[in-house]
Design a protein around this ligand. Sequence first.
Ligand SMILES: Cc1ncc(COP(=O)(O)O)c(C=O)c1O
Length: 405
Amino acid sequence: MNAPSQNASTSKAIVADAVRGSLERSSWIRKMFEEGARLKAEHGAENVFDFSLGNPILEPPPEVQEALRGLLTDPQPGLHRYIPNAGLPEVRSFIAGELGGATGLPYTAGHIVLSCGAAGAVNCVLKALLNPGDEVVTFTPYFVEYDFYVANHGGRLVRSPTDDSFQIDLANLEAVVTERTRAVMINSPNNPTGVVYPAERLEALAAFLREASARFGRPIVLISDEPYRQLAFDGVEVPWVPPLYEHTLVIHSHSKDLGLAGERIGYAAVSPHMAECDLLCDALVLANRILGFVNAPALIQRILPLVKGARVDVAYYQAMRDRMLAPLREMGYEMVTPQGAFYLFPKSPIEDDVAFVKAAQAERLLLVPGSGFGGPGHFRISLAVPEDVVDRSLPVFEKVLRQVG
Ligand SMILES: Cc1ncc(COP(=O)(O)O)c(C=O)c1O
């Protein structure tokens, strides 16, 4: 029989202390959802302006249905069986081909692991990379689930503020990168700000990381979380990171660009020039298995080569940005112009963004405080809503601005 661990908890509670803490920290978001549901029940959903959810509103392009129909009309035996943990070889080859074409790097199927969305991929990557106490740096404001993902694997998320335009600030980064830094995680186009990091900033980041890696004697890994890559506006190109920095992992997802958020499909791609590349690829495959994902959904995986190049109507999100941005600015709200994703991240008209969001809620306008993204003094508007919600909400935005101003 195993001896009891020295560190075993003596807590009488069923739910683990760390999970209790996580539930408490995220409870205001839950409270907002609950309040939203209450308002909708009381006033009717059409009388509540809900800009809180980042659930992609656009239906998948018709190619997705066609591909699914094709697979199901004449199903091959074994269609629904377990598949290799890394994904189907032909799908991995397809993705490697696409990435190779886009980056000029020699990606092969072995560098790709299909995952349950970007969330699944990030968890596999962190499982593969982190020793206890290792730090992962990200830039604020940021997608707050990163806190939980890093904690899941015994690491610590360290926040580095961006500049006034929400761009990477290397002086701030320098202040937090130490020998404990295992990885830096970026997200462009960004949730919640919508900014895209231009090539010059990424080149400067790469030079910084190369120098810091040499200084600390181990490569700092760059994790580029890119679920919004295809949702870029005004013809802006989202630069590819792997050609700029060899120790890069790209995380992609089809939650937003194919409107398949509920189907859980994405991937992690290890740069062919990454240190310990083969071992890391093996580690990701193991992580996919032992974290309990086992393999990314097999049916949806199969459609990826079939729908090659298809995507949701990105023009819709750009039009929604424009529909909201100009009127809000005219009223007096200030914000950076998003170049991608489907969010606006205006300055709160009062310093206390939580108080502002509460004032908005009293008018049945549901927003998310910037504090929830490590960006206090701002609030997030999700543009994944029908057009009429934007139009009908504008007088309410104006009313709340006057009330708090
Ligand atoms: C920045 C960022 N990363 C990861 C995810 C997770 O996406 P997925 O649905 O692919 O797991 C999201 C979802 O909103 C996101 O905004």
